[in-house]
Design a protein around this ligand. Structure first.
Ligand code: SAM
Length: 243
């Protein structure tokens, strides 16, 4: 099937924004897993004195996970969809977050709003047209030693992982998305995961973008083998300083 890209994908998220939070609430583990991945950034002292970017923040579910994990951090949320962002801005508990309407490509291309001590991106990289360029840009937005966590649906590599993912999408995700009028968006979700990197491939992509210490960490529940936390760091010494 043809995947959605760029403006078409943003338009689909704009249309799907009103039902997004209701749909993810039906997904067991969705919020708990975001919190688990956010904690894996492991910023000390509740994030005191640290700047954190939530790239592709959507309706603010991932931003809320960051705010819970790091109550003292300065958090910026960015998203390409105005309608998703409007829901994030209205979410209770995120009053201290600054939200920016921007594509990931634009934000990293202009090195805007940085530098950051940490970047979190939940369900983003599979959706961008050039994930290598955005990963390199994220790397460059980080301070030396800065941390990145990508939280993503990615298949573990076994045939059973692919079968579970397709069964859940065919049986639950796409039918529910059809009810809310967002069939194209949730078919995109299904097929974008099948066509994008497996977990080891995405980890290799992160290493190629320059990240050190890349780790692939599993998530529990039905998401076992189909969703992971990918954690890495920018090298603590900048190029030209002895690397
Ligand atoms: C599946 S939602 C995830 C939202 C949120 N991170 C969460 O965990 O619930 C993906 C989000 O990424 C945004 N997105 C997709 N491609 C983007 C891009 N190139 N730049 C910025 N945001 C993008 C979409 O608008 C959407 O809000």
């Amino acid at each position: 099937m043809t995947l959605l890209h760029d403006a078409d994908l943003t338009a689909a998220f704009d249309r799907g924004a009103d039902s997004y939070d209701r749909l993810v609430a039906l997904n067991p583990g969705y919020h708990a897993h975001l919190r688990r991945s956010a904690r894996r950034l492991a910023l000390p002292d509740g994030g005191t004195g640290r700047r954190v970017l939530d790239l592709g923040c959507g309706t603010g579910a991932s931003t809320a996970a960051l705010a819970a994990a790091f109550p003292h951090a300065e958090i910026v949320g960015a998203d390409a969809s105005a309608a998703m962002l409007a829901r994030a801005r209205a979410r209770r508990g995120l009053e201290r977050v600054r939200f920016v309407h921007a594509t990931a490509e634009d934000l990293v291309g202009r090195a805007a709003h940085g530098p950051f001590d940490a970047v979190f991106a939940a369900y983003l990289f599979r959706n961008v047209a050039d994930p290598d360029a955005v990963l390199r840009g994220v790397h460059d937005l980080l301070v030396p030693g800065g941390r990145v966590v990508a939280h993503e649906y990615a298949l573990g590599g076994r045939r059973s992982h692919r079968a579970v993912w397709s069964a859940v999408c065919r049986g639950v995700v796409v039918p529910l998305g059809t009810v809310t009028g967002d069939r194209a968006l949730y078919r995109h979700l299904w097929h974008s995961v099948l066509e994008f990197d497996t977990a080891p491939e995405f980890a290799a992509r992160m290493r190629r973008a320059g990240f050190d210490g890349v780790r692939v960490l599993p998530l529990p529940g039905w998401q076992t083998g189909v969703a992971y936390t990918f954690a890495g760091r920018r090298h603590p010494v900048t190029a030209g300083q002895g690397r």
